[in-house]
Structure formats: structure tokens, C-alpha cells
Ligand binder design. Structure first.
Ligand code: ZN
Length: 113
């Protein structure tokens, strides 16, 4: 399960960013073609964040659809796999979106003095 390593990385980045403050919410973007299972990330997140500043934080995962452009005719094609075929018959596709793994937002708890 490579999601564990990915989640540990995310937790490390967010922890550093938070600088000791408590993290309330994280928004992750995961492309549908990235072969990362959102459910597995969610599961690993709950385990990885125990006893960290991320404990109890909400993990929001946004799935990004795969989109490619045909090199032959320029048409845009929605993909659910990292390959496909255009209506014109070409399999020469440039992936535009769908492979990303991005931390989109980090919400840190404001400490009122
Ligand atoms: Zn085409």
C-alpha cells in the first residue's frame, strides 16, 4: 500500500507548515489517474496523524478527473485510465489533468490571545 508513504509525506509537509500550531483542515487534490486510492489515504491519515498537530484534523479529498488532448486533432477527452483513444482514432494523447497529488489548502487553528 503506497498510500502510507504518500500520507506520511503529506503529514510531514503539513506539520512543518503548521509550525507547532494545530491543523484544523486539509484539502487534498488527487487525480483519478494517479493510482492513489482516496479511501486508503483517508485511512492512513487517521493513523499517521495520531499524536501530531494534525490529530483530529479534517481531511477533504477532491478527486480530479483525467483530461487529455489529442495530438492529432486537438480534441479534449475525459479519461478514467491513463490511456485512451480519440474519436479520430488516434492514441497519441497528452495528459492535461488527472495525475496530480496536491495539498490545496491547509487551515491552521488561530490562537486567540
Ligand atoms: Zn483526435
Amino acid at each position: 500500500m503506497h498510500e502510507l508513504g504518500i500520507t506520511q509525506n503529506i503529514v510531514a509537509i503539513v506539520t512543518e507548515h503548521a509550525g507547532g500550531k494545530k491543523v484544523r483542515r486539509i484539502v487534498l487534490e488527487i487525480g483519478k489517474l494517479s493510482a492513489i486510492m482516496p479511501d486508503a489515504v483517508q485511512f492512513c491519515f487517521d493513523i499517521c496523524t495520531q499524536d501530531t498537530v494534525l490529530a483530529g484534523a479534517i481531511l477533504e479529498i477532491r478527486e480530479i478527473s483525467g483530461l487529455a488532448q489529442c495530438q492529432q486533432c486537438g480534441a479534449e477527452i475525459v479519461l478514467d485510465k491513463p490511456f485512451g483513444i480519440c474519436k479520430c482514432g488516434s492514441v497519441q494523447l497528452n495528459l492535461i489533468t488527472g495525475e496530480e497529488l496536491k495539498i490545496k489548502e491547509i487551515e491552521i487553528e488561530e490562537i486567540c490571545v
